[in-house]
Design a protein around this ligand. Structure first.
Ligand code: PEP
Ligand code: MN
Length: 374
């Protein structure tokens, strides 16, 4: 059961004390407090865990600090979408909103290689009015002899370039908890010219200790990739690990499933799950068509297959797209064959924005249909 307190209830106030005293004395019920910091107010959510069936919802709703009470299912307690649950979805980070209604494009380099390429990428994004990008510094590689990313060493020049080009959020994968401090120390030293969304890669979706470390900090939001060989439920529970540790600013990313059945694509594209994740949880949903499709092959209609896959996800309501571009894919140190070319950026952005508008139109169409049947 979830008790939501009146916005901005001071934690030391009399109504708060009275409410907590009552809740803490409920037999067999554990009480867990979760703070949600919004742009204009702080919401306190109190999770009542245990056998809550016998609890009287009206009685708890009558407590002085409580605004309303929601009966929640056991699954995805914090991030889930429960019955009668109209809590907001998403969050704002460094001036950029992430929710289940809007769209952010994160085009960029799979792996940071040279300052020249990073600058070319960011300059192009700035010219298109884009404020987000992807930049891999810590690369988890199948082969131990493959390039592992420039790591900590590239952070100063990547962050400085981002500041110069008005980039507000960089999606950056981390593979170890020490990387959080490396990123934080570097940003702090530079005066925070940009922001970082910590990415958990598909190989680490169930690295529970890494999830707990990331969940314990609230400075950076998280982009959690779906695990490549586990069920959707298991991946959504991985997201809940982050929230249960305190950080509910999580975007969930579909990136395809590893199965021979997906060939010749790199992974089996799973973007039909975009609306499913939005139905089961309140997380904004991202798609990664680059790592799903894995090439820039063109269909006979002249449209790259990776763009067709992107369109499918966005028309179905995806809220973010993570996509590989590279100024010189033949020189890229990681995943060159799937990187789109800089001269494809305009078309990509126009197509994606158009698909998002189509999703908005479809939503209106179905709402009208529902209204006419009532
Ligand atoms: C990536 O986005 O660079 C990446 C390695 O993706 P994934 O974890 O989905 O394979
Ligand atoms: Mn990659």
């Amino acid at each position: 059961m979830l008790a939501i307190l009146h916005p901005d209830t001071p934690l030391g106030s009399e109504p708060y004390r009275h409410t907590m005293e009552f809740l803490n004395n409920l037999p067999g019920i554990a009480v867990k407090v979760h703070e949600v910091e919004g742009a204009t107010q702080t919401l306190t959510e109190i999770y009542l865990l245990g056998d809550t069936k016998s609890l009287d919802k009206d009685e708890i709703e009558a407590l002085p600090a409580v605004e309303r009470v929601i009966r929640i299912s056991d699954e995805y307690r914090i991030l889930g979408r429960h019955r009668d649950d109209n809590r907001q979805s998403g969050f704002t980070y460094n001036g950029v909103a992430f929710n289940q209604d809007n769209l952010n494009i994160f085009a960029g380099l799979c792996a940071v290689d040279t300052p020249e390429h990073v600058n070319m990428m960011m300059k192009a994004l700035q010219e298109h009015g884009e404020v987000c990008t992807r930049m891999g510094a810590y690369k988890p590689r199948t082969n131990p002899y493959s390039f592992q990313g420039h790591g900590k060493g590239c952070l100063p020049w990547v962050f400085e370039a981002a500041g110069k080009h008005g980039i507000k959020v960089i999606a950056m994968e981390i593979t170890h908890e020490s990387h959080i401090d490396e990123i934080d120390e570097c940003l702090e030293k530079l005066g925070r010219p940009t922001g970082v969304m910590l990415q958990v890669g598909t190989r680490n979706t169930q690295n529970f200790e890494l999830l707990k470390s990331i969940g314990r900090q609230k400075t950076y939001p998280v982009l959690l990739k779906r695990g490549f060989g586990i069920t959707l439920n298991e991946s959504l529970n991985a997201a809940e690990y982050l929230a249960s540790e305190g950080n509910a600013n999580v975007v969930f990313c579909l990136r395809g499933m590893k199965t021979e059945a997906g060939q010749p694509h790199r992974n089996m594209v799973d973007f039909a799950h975009v609306p499913t994740v939005k139905r089961l949880t309140r997380m904004p949903v991202c798609i990664d068509p680059s790592h799903s499709v894995g090439s820039r092959d063109r269909a006979p209609d002249g449209i790259p297959e990776v763009m067709h896959a992107t369109a499918q996800g966005i028309v179905a309501g995806a809220n973010m797209v993570l996509v590989d571009f590279h100024p010189k894919p033949e020189k890229a140190l990681v995943d060159g064959p799937q990187a789109l070319l800089m001269n494809e950026l305009s078309t990509f952005i126009e197509d994606v924005r158009g698909c998002h508008e189509l999703w908005q139109k479809r939503r209106v169409l179905y709402r009208k249909g529902d209204a006419s049947q009532q």
